[in-house]
Design a binder for this molecule. Structure first.
Ligand SMILES: [Zn+2]
Length: 286
């Protein structure tokens, strides 16, 4: 039947929740870019929900989490009302799906459950008291309690290295691929409980703000019965009007879509796109 509702009924319902950014980012550009990326996978039905603007009342803001297989957060802004936070924790503990994107891991520094969901985060006062940094050393994940707060080198093209090749999100990906010009988030910290590192990247020490460490780029976090996929990739600067290379990189798009499906179902059915980057050249979609 050509009924739109029925035609879409086998797609995974995804909530893209957005509406505020910090001073360095631009949700008005990143959100449509992520929506377009997800729709290119043809398996998601994406609803966009925009929060009240910064400083405005959240009265009446009450997302129906349980309508969705996963929630993709593109949000760095005002704290949510306690009832909204509680309902989101309940949704996640009960088996919901969450995708944390780039600066979304800067949000909600004082919300303990959120910090557990994202595993690690940065800025907004996150220091040693928030938990360790997560690194990859000698072939395994290492928790680093040393000093340091989040930073990143000036955006550049960097290699992303697969660390969990058997994870559904990563199966079939090359062991290394070149990501288009982006911020390489470094020294994120947090509770890091139930965290699996899927992929890392390393900014050379001779680069300004290069840690020389393998920093987590793609992660999963178990939260109750819920699944979290965390991508640190995809910087969209506050002053841009069009989606930059970081979110048009075919590697960003493919790993995002695989992460969204995994967060929603625990499985990945998508084939790797033919334009997935190799280690020598970044691939940016039009
Ligand atoms: Zn950024």
């Amino acid at each position: 039947m050509a009924n739109a509702t029925e035609a879409n009924s086998d797609k995974l319902k995804i909530l893209l929740l957005t509406g505020q950014s910090g001073p360095w980012h631009n949700w008005r550009v990143s959100s449509p870019a992520l929506r377009e990326a997800m729709e290119s996978a043809s398996i998601f039905e994406v609803d966009t929900l925009v929060t009240p603007a910064a400083g405005e009342s959240f009265e009446g803001f009450s997302p129906r989490w349980s309508d969705y297989a996963a929630v993709v957060l593109v949000y760095e802004g005002d704290s949510w009302p306690e009832a909204v936070k509680a309902s989101f924790v309940e949704y996640m503990r009960g088996g919901g799906g969450l995708v944390v994107y780039h600066d979304t891991d800067n949000a909600f520094p004082d919300w303990p459950e959120y910090n557990e969901m994202i595993g690690v985060g940065g800025w907004a006062g996150r220091d040693e008291k928030c938990g360790p940094m997560v690194r990859w050393r000698d072939g395994a994940m290492a928790l680093d309690d040393g000093p340091g707060e989040a930073m990143h080198p000036a955006p550049y093209e960097f290699l992303v290295t697969t660390r969990s090749p058997e994870h559904p999100v990563m199966r079939g990906l090359p062991s290394e691929w070149l990501h288009a010009t982006d911020e390489l988030y470094s020294q994120l910290r947090g509770p890091a409980k139930g965290l699996t590192v899927l992929a890392t990247a390393r900014a050379e020490r001779d680069r300004d703000k290069g840690t020389g460490e393998n920093e987590p780029m793609l992660m999963t976090i178990e939260y109750g019965a819920g699944r979290v996929f965390h991508t640190t990739l995809g910087h969209v600067h506050f002053d841009v009007t069009e989606a930059p290379e970081a979110v048009r990189c075919s590697g960003f798009v493919a790993t995002l879509n695989r992460g969204v499906e995994w967060a929603a179902t625990g499985e990945v059915t998508q084939k790797l796109p033919e334009d997935f980057p190799g280690e020598n050249e970044a691939v940016v979609r039009p």
